[in-house]
Design a protein around this ligand. Structure first.
Ligand code: NAD
Length: 335
């Protein structure tokens, strides 16, 4: 199949080309993000391959359909950026990579927790400047603390396992509890109770209408003063402006983010020679107890290899049978 691949970086090309070596699809790589301005670049492609910040809304799907595109192959697990109703209307199949390495994201989450707790980001700079003072670097033992995990699917389950290993009491909230988590001693509680009892709250649910701004001013009001909040799921699961207020008044003691509501205008690009026009994001960067990575949690060798193989597999199965192996549709998510 002829596939136009949007939002590609050198690492995407490397892994996709390796995975495509035996499949033999014709891949056209574009740096550009898919948007209304760039959808025409799909040209005569049968499929487009997209990432987390590509826009796959109803207008863009209509435009792709008019050009003969039959498949949108996501190089991601989350599909919140795709209008599935519109895809069905336009007769476009949508496929994703449901699992590629829950360990990658879970381990990055733990890296954020440990770095924030032990102020590793600040200690690194101090020591390089010959400052060996410990004032301001005081952390706390994770052992014995209560961690609240919101969403215990593939990633949340690995997070629960690691935190259990640290000796944390792990509470969880998920409309579909996991037997594996229960077996490791995780206790499912209502969200309000999780927020009230946890020293650390970490988010691993998908972004849906139900989870949009799940962590808002009201939720913050239920949390322990000085709580550590970590989000490696999707930016809009937290209301960033409310979180900013929570940082200012001390409700939030530590904030670790790998995702941000308005990340599409920032992440995955080198903006170091420009200024950041997003005042909310710029304000977040001023807090010593805030640690932000640019949607990096998935970024391991193993994850990129699995993403590329599953993506090429989706394209190949669609070409052969008219159905992609890991389709996502309105009907499938309703089940
Ligand atoms: P998953 O589908 O295996 O698990 C999601 C879990 O969330 C499920 O158990 C589901 O029941 C639960 N859930 C749904 N609605 C909920 C709600 N209202 N409250 C609490 N829990 C709810 O997905 P996963 O592979 O574990 O990934 C989780 C999310 O992580 C993805 O949707 C994606 O947004 C994000 N993600 C981020 C990165 C990154 O690089 N930062 C990489 C991969 C995935």
């Amino acid at each position: 199949m002829h596939v136009t691949v949007f939002s590609t970086k050198p690492y995407d090309r490397r892994f996709l080309e390796e995975a495509n070596a035996t499949a033999g699809h014709s891949l056209s790589f574009l740096d550009a993000r898919l948007s209304a301005a760039t959808s025409g670049l799909a040209g005569s492609a049968d499929a487009v391959c997209v990432f987390v910040n590509d826009e796959v809304n109803s207008d863009i799907l209509a435009s792709l359909a008019s050009m003969g595109v039959k498949l949108v192959a996501l190089r991601a697990a989350g599909f919140n950026n795709v209008d599935l109703e519109a895809a069905r209307r336009e007769g476009i199949t949508v496929a994703r990579v449901p699992a590629y390495s829950p360990h990658a994201v879970a381990e990055h989450t733990i890296a954020l927790i440990l770095t924030l707790n032990r102020s590793i980001h600040r200690a690194y700079n101090r020591v390089r400047e010959g400052n060996f003072a410990l004032d301001g670097l005081l952390g706390f033992d994770l052992s014995g603390k209560t961690a609240g995990v919101v969403g215990t699917g593939k990633i949340g389950e690995v997070v629960c396992r690691i935190l259990t290993g640290f000796g944390c009491t792990v509470l969880a909230y998920d409309p579909q509890p996991s037997a594996a988590c229960e077996q490791m001693g995780v206790r499912y509680v209502p969200l309000g109770e999780l927020l009230a009892l946890s020293d650390i709250v970490t988010l691993h649910c998908p972004l849906t209408p139900a989870t949009h701004h799940l962590i808002d001013a009201q939720a913050l009001g239920r949390m322990k003063r000085g709580v550590m909040l970590v989000n490696t799921s999707r930016g809009a699961v937290i209301d960033t402006r409310a979180v900013l207020r929570g940082l200012k008044d001390g409700t939030i003691g530590y904030l670790g983010l790998d995702v941000y509501e308005e990340e599409a205008d920032l992440f995955f690009e080198d903006l170091s020679q420009r200024f950041i026009g997003d005042d909310v994001f710029a304000r977040l960067l001023t807090f010593p107890n805030v640690l932000i990575t640019g949607h990096q949690a998935f970024f391991t060798e193993e994850a990129l290899a699995n993403i590329a193989e599953t993506t090429i597999g989706n394209i190949t199965s669609f070409e052969r049978t008219g159905q992609a192996t890991h389709e996502v549709s309105v009907e499938k998510i309703a089940r």
